[in-house]
Design a protein around this ligand. Structure first.
Ligand code: NAP
Length: 283
């Protein structure tokens, strides 16, 4: 019998804890915790993400500073804002909502966010620290997956983990976190031969591809833990993951649904990272 990993519930519990920690921080230091969110242009999905991040800040008691820059913003003006935020003591975390408009270089922008304020965990330094196993702010979605596994006391040591997808923001940091937790990790991608064979060997599968129902029941070992990061639309326009949930679930020990699995954890981990960043700077 499988168990649903309820990311919505875990995220809600975590937010209550973060809210209490933030309140304690303010009491002890007399300072607010601040998150700066920078949005360039009018990408509708990005606007929704930014709105949700600001709402989450309100929920946990973090002060948000939103910067809405026009589509035609020049790189030098974006850079100047990031340099200013980097030096602002009221700002503990800086987030540049991606993707940026095509004429802007996101690598150049991300380089201007100091590691201590890199609450998205996307910078080269943050990723480097993750590889070295040094303390750093970890990318929110993979860190959210780890929190779900921790919450259910799912032991990773010595387990075969397969990560499907190798993006810099999900697949690669996910693989590194699993490796740091002593799993034996295989990373699959679009050029992988025999994806099914790799998956059949997995005690834990994390799917982060962006293709509806790519992971089917014939790819699942009995009792596997299946984590679905994907966010896609199915043939009826309904939100769905990368895993064929209805057919796969019966073979799993644990599985995340979409929606209500990994998704709610991502913004919660952003709040967590902002709190951790403030705590480290206060210490
Ligand atoms: P991405 O940058 O497009 O990366 C997709 C990865 O999947 C690539 O590494 C690609 O391989 C691999 N891939 C493509 N087709 C494949 C196939 N047939 N078999 C195996 N691997 C294949 O996407 P992303 O940003 O990592 O996001 C992945 C999914 O997670 C998306 O659905 C996204 O919406 C979702 N997401 C959800 C959250 C959340 O909060 N829940 C957060 C971030 C992303 P190559 O490298 O070879 O091209």
């Amino acid at each position: 019998m499988y168990k649903i990993l309820d990311g919505k519930k875990i995220a809600a519990e975590l937010r209550v804890k973060i809210r209490a920690d933030v309140s304690e921080f303010k009491k002890n230091t007399g300072k607010d915790i601040g998150l700066a969110v920078v949005l360039v242009g009018d990408n509708q999905a990005s606007q929704i993400y930014v709105r949700n991040k600001i709402k989450a800040c309100e929920e946990v008691g973090i002060k948000s500073f939103a910067y809405y820059l026009p589509e035609e913003t020049l790189q030098k003006d974006l850079n100047a804002l990031l340099i200013e935020l980097a030096g602002d003591d009221n700002v503990n975390g800086i987030l540049v909502q991606l993707p940026l408009p095509q004429h802007l270089d996101s690598d150049e922008a991300l380089k201007l966010i100091p590691e201590s304020k890199d609450v998205d965990g996307f910078s080269a330094n943050s990723i480097g620290n993750l590889c070295l196993g040094t303390e750093s702010l970890v990318a929110c979605t993979p860190n959210g997956v780890m929190k779900i596994l921790e919450y259910e006391n799912i032991n990773l040591s010595g387990k075969n983990a397969v990560v499907v997808g190798r993006s810099n923001i999900v697949g690669k940091p996910m693989a590194m976190l699993l490796l740091n937790a002593n799993a034996t990790v295989t990373v699959c991608h679009s050029r992988t031969r025999n994806l099914k064979e790799h998956c059949l060997n997995a005690d834990i599968i994390v799917a982060a591809v962006g293709k509806a129902k790519l992971i089917t029941v014939d790819m699942i070992k009995d009792g596997a833990v299946v984590i679905d990061v994907g966010m896609n639309k199915d043939e009826h326009g309904k939100l769905c993951g990368d895993v064929d949930f209805e057919n796969v679930k019966e073979k799993c020990s644990y599985i995340t649904p979409v929606p209500g699995g990994v998704g709610p954890m991502t913004i919660t981990m952003l709040m967590y990272n902002t709190y951790i960043s403030a705590l480290r700077s206060a210490n």
